[in-house]
Design a protein around this ligand. Structure first.
Ligand SMILES: *[C@@H]1O[C@H](CO)[C@@H](O)[C@H](O)[C@H]1NC(C)=O
Ligand SMILES: *[C@@H]1O[C@H](CO)[C@@H](O)[C@H](O)[C@H]1NC(C)=O
Ligand SMILES: *[C@@H]1O[C@H](CO)[C@@H](O)[C@H](O)[C@H]1NC(C)=O
Ligand SMILES: *[C@@H]1O[C@H](CO)[C@@H](O)[C@H](O)[C@H]1NC(C)=O
Ligand SMILES: *[C@@H]1O[C@H](CO)[C@@H](O)[C@H](O)[C@H]1NC(C)=O
Ligand SMILES: *[C@@H]1O[C@H](CO)[C@@H](O)[C@H](O)[C@H]1NC(C)=O
Ligand SMILES: *[C@@H]1O[C@H](CO)[C@@H](O)[C@H](O)[C@H]1NC(C)=O
Ligand SMILES: *[C@@H]1O[C@H](CO)[C@@H](O)[C@H](O)[C@H]1NC(C)=O
Length: 814
């Protein structure tokens, strides 16, 4: 057992409690489910053990969507509809038929899983059962989710417990730590994937060298993340202070750290026993904290670390690179393709990529290769701005050329990089990541010459140059090479190569949309149709109306829009420009536009607060990217719920950006032409002053009010001045209580702290003076709780705006 101190810590009440349940279960043996297994009452088939208190159940379990012939002994939440296993016994040895199998007590006193011919598939495997036999031992499922093996005569003497052998989940009341005497740490190991509980690549264990700190580890060898040292005063880890912030209201759980001579451990405690809380190391390497929301009937995430998925070691497998804000987040390096395209397209990238064409030298048995072939057959391709992979070996080399030659000389060498020292990689390249900071790491990846096109461009430097320029020959040759090398470095590396836009023919688009038969909607720039490409990708096709630009300018515009990649911006996949046809092909968003989810009559299916808050943050991030990070600042000019699309996970994507410019819209006439969006327009539009990115901030603020209230600020044809929500909020903020503004049914699931922040931000966004409005970047930080925000003044003009808006709505409709 990992925890030597367990038994002495058992309080009296627990002993009594266990005695009680033991008596109960012996007397009430016929009354339905029990919480005890004995050798005369094994568990089989559909039977289950239910803990006293009814919180947890144990029985045979099969993951949804997994193979039909694999069954596991599992503990799950008995009352949670969505079956959620927290512990699995035989994760490596599933059985094929639960009805003929049984979980029972073996002659040596161990808990065992037997198949029909009584072969042991799994055993509790403990040897500390002195004097134990199948008649003296019982197994009890406690209401904490702990399965314990104890003596029938003395239930406080715990021989074995599942809490000491966790699967991937930590539950409240479960110690997670390290035995100081043996040095052995508890370990939680992820599932292989969501359908396969066998041990995956990621685990959590205590840091052997630093106290009060745990690590996330890849393949049992490579730590890749730690939340930092635990700070007992704060009750949180140093690098996730968010854990305290994100704790549910009134701190309904706490985390503590205990250390003594024998052990150190963390303990999660929940103040309210009716709350189901768990942390899990997930199959994709993130540690997640989740809580069950009864009214939503779903698990809510309250933290996920590391928050950047690219920080999970080898997230994209071998020979690929990870980029946080691009979809898909993993891409194979040039010359490589997904090892398993099916898994890859389902979002599991960990299988990585393999070479399209084997290195010619490896076909000759590897090793050292005749000089002539070497130079003809292999080349290097540069990837710029990357986080370099691990596992390089340093060799002596006086120049980049020497470094390259050193790599070429050994067939196992996959890549090199040179920065005054020469690093060579002899293993699969793992953990490459796009690094947009100001580091200038470049890595040169070895490819067969056939994988690099023979163009005059500097990409594939003719390698005969090196033959002449071998290590000793410094001269004109080397100068030439260095020039070329210099050019090569400045060439856009492979990170930016695959973003070329696809051009579609009108004829093909007619085909994929079944002659534009399925209309998804109509926006201010034209109608949108659904289409299915030949490879099965569903797309949304926007038929632009009234494009004034010529073909050349349109194409130029498209290539700019095509370079814009952000997880919160809709991705332009391609376009069509033929005759007068101008169409844009976008990724398809299954959940449609935000307005359809905000302004619904029924109360049952409104978006929960947490989702709405995340949507608000996502939109702000997308706009930050448009305003700050693109080559040219793009002002959206038409932010409103109709222009926010939601993907399958309800993550928001801003649509229609860049189109205002494309269509050469006359902004001075915007008031009269864009009736429906009047509620979102900044006063500058009316005042005739210069338009800046702050007009988007204004519209965002107005929309944020709607995200909060789930109502339109300005209803069509209705004069709303006396209860214009933005005014109400701005006024109530001064009084320090915005909570009462929400109807009872809305208030229920709202995180009050987030509500306060959102209201403050929204009020700052709609200030009259654009200089008072925050930038989108600051808004993200405020909403994420990273920046404090002051009290916003009440924008008086809002009252006026509301009245005039109400009136102009009326007049435009009548
Ligand atoms: C208990 O173990 C004994 C041998 O030690 C065996 O004979 C007996 O059948 C076992 N009883 C059960 C119910 O498995
Ligand atoms: C039980 O498992 C053993 C070992 O895997 C196997 O040889 C045997 O055929 C299994 N029995 C049945 C009835 O499936
Ligand atoms: C039990 O111990 C045996 C032998 O030491 C080992 O092969 C088996 O995998 C162990 N089973 C479990 C469930 O740990
Ligand atoms: C029960 O077991 C506990 C722990 O081993 C021990 O301290 C206690 O004395 C035992 N009680 C009896 C009545 O044997
Ligand atoms: C994990 O490590 C083992 C050896 O410790 C190795 O055989 C295996 O290939 C590694 N897995 C991956 C995916 O690299
Ligand atoms: C290639 O490099 C590896 C790793 O340094 C080394 O083990 C191997 O012997 C080298 N092969 C040749 C032919 O030099
Ligand atoms: C060059 O790269 C190595 C390995 O990545 C690093 O340790 C070293 O500090 C770098 N040197 C310079 C001058 O950047
Ligand atoms: C960029 O470099 C400057 C100076 O070298 C440094 O102060 C700054 O922190 C760096 N920024 C990033 C994002 O690494």
């Amino acid at each position: 057992m990992a925890h030597a101190g367990t038994t002495s810590a058992t309080p009296c009440s627990v002993v009594l409690y266990k005695l009680f349940i033991l008596l109960f279960s012996i007397q009430g043996s016929t009354a339905g489910a029990t919480d005890v297994i004995t050798s005369t009452r094994p568990l089989s088939g559909k039977q289950k053990l239910v803990s006293q208190g009814g919180k947890f159940a144990l029985g045979f379990y099969q993951p949804g969507g997994g193979p039909q012939d694999k069954w596991y002994i599992a503990i799950w939440y008995n009352k949670v509809q969505k079956v959620t296993p927290v512990w699995i016994a035989n994760r490596e040895t599933p059985i094929s038929d639960p009805t003929s199998s049984e979980l029972t007590i073996w002659t040596d006193g161990n808990l065992v899983l037997l198949n029909k011919s009584r072969s042991i598939f799994w055993s509790s495997n403990t040897t500390t059962t002195t004097g134990a036999s199948n008649t003296t031992i019982v197994v009890v499922l406690l209401n904490t989710g702990n399965l314990v093996l104890t003596y029938a005569s003395n239930t406080s003497n715990i021989i074995w417990q599942s809490f000491n052998h966790p699967t991937d989940t930590q539950l409240p009341g479960m110690k997670f730590g390290r035995n100081k005497l043996t040095g052995v740490s508890d370990r939680q190991v992820s599932w292989r994937n969501y359908m396969d509980p066998s041990p995956g690549l990621f685990s959590v264990a205590m840091d052997p060298s630093v106290a009060a700190q745990y690590l996330l580890i890849w393949n049992n060898s490579r730590p890749y993340y730690t939340p930092g040292k635990f700070n007992p005063q704060a009750g949180a880890f140093s690098s996730i202070p968010s854990m305290t912030v994100m704790m549910m209201p009134n701190s309904i759980y706490s985390y503590e750290y205990v250390e003594n001579d024998k052990e150190e451990y963390f303990l999660l405690t929940v103040k309210d026993d009716n709350l189901f809380l768990r942390t899990v190391i997930d199959p994709f390497g993130q540690q997640k904290g989740m809580v069950w929301l009864e009214d939503k009937q779903d698990w809510m995430l309250y933290f996920a670390e590391p928050s950047e998925k690219c920080s999970v070691y080898s997230m994209c497998g071998a020979f690929s690179w990870c980029a946080e804000n691009i979809i898909p987040m993993c891409s194979c390096l040039r010359g490589f393709s997904a090892q398993s395209p099916i898994e890859w397209s389902s979002g599991n990238y960990m299988g990585g990529c393999t070479r399209n064409v084997a290195l010619p030298c490896s076909l000759n048995g590897g090793g050292s290769v005749p000089l002539v072939h070497r130079y003809e057959e292999d080349r290097f391709y540069v990837a710029n701005n990357v986080r370099l992979p691990d596992g390089s070996q340093t060799v002596r080399a006086a120049s980049a050329i020497e470094s390259e030659v050193a790599c070429l000389n050994n067939c196992s060498c996959m890549a090199y990089s040179y920065n005054e020292t020469c690093s060579l990689w002899y293993t699969d390249l793992m953990n490459l990541k796009e690094n947009l900071g100001n580091t200038t790491n470049s890595i040169f990846i070895r490819l067969p010459a056939s994988e690099i096109p023979h163009t005059k461009s500097s990409r594939g430097r003719p390698l005969w140059v090196i033959v002449g320029g071998s290590i000793l020959a410094l001269g004109v040759c080397l100068v030439a090479v260095l020039c070329l090398l210099h050019k090569k470095r400045s060439f856009k590396g492979l990170l930016h190569i695959d973003i070329n836009m696809t051009t579609f023919r009108y004829k093909d688009l007619q085909l994929v949309t079944k002659t534009f038969s399925e209309k998804l909607g109509a926006g201010s720039f034209g109608s949108v149709f659904k289409g299915v490409l030949q490879d099965g990708t569903t797309v949304a096709i926007k038929k632009l109306e009234g494009v004034r630009q010529g073909e050349k300018q349109f194409r130029a515009e498209m290539s700019t829009l095509g370079t814009i990649h952000h997880v919160n911006l809709i991705q332009l996949l391609g376009f069509c420009s033929e005759g007068e046809h101008r169409m844009l092909i976008y990724e398809y968003m299954p959940h449609g536009a935000l307005d359809q989810h905000l302004f619904r009559a029924g109360l049952g299916d409104v978006l929960p607060w947490n989702t709405r808050y995340q949507i608000a943050i996502g939109i702000a991030k997308g706009l930050t990217y448009l305003h700050d990070n693109c080559m040219n600042c793009i002002i959206h000019c038409d932010i409103k719920p109709e222009n926010i699309l939601l993907d399958a996970t309800f993550s928001p994507k801003v649509a229609d950006f860049g189109l205002a410019k494309l269509l050469g819209r006359d902004f001075s006439r915007v008031i009269t032409t864009m009736r429906g969006t009047i509620g979102y327009l900044a006063p500058e539009w009316i005042g005739g002053t210069a338009i800046t990115a702050k007009v988007d901030v204004f519209s965002y603020g107005m929309m944020l009010f709607e995200i909060i209230s789930l109502k339109r600020n300005v209803e069509h044809g209705k004069r709303c001045a006396d209860k214009f929500f933005p005014i109400l909020v701005a006024t109530k903020i001064q009084e320090g209580d915005v909570h009462e503004l929400l109807d009872a049914h809305l208030r229920r699931d709202v995180n009050l702290e987030e509500l306060d922040r959102a209201c403050m931000v929204a009020c700052w966004c709609v200030q009259q003076d654009e200089r008072s409005r925050p930038t989108m970047g600051v808004i993200v930080q405020i909403l994420e709780g990273l920046v404090e925000v002051n009290m916003p003044p009440v924008p008086r003009y809002l009252q006026v705006l509301a009245e005039s808006a109400g009136e102009s709505m009326l007049s435009s409709i009548e």
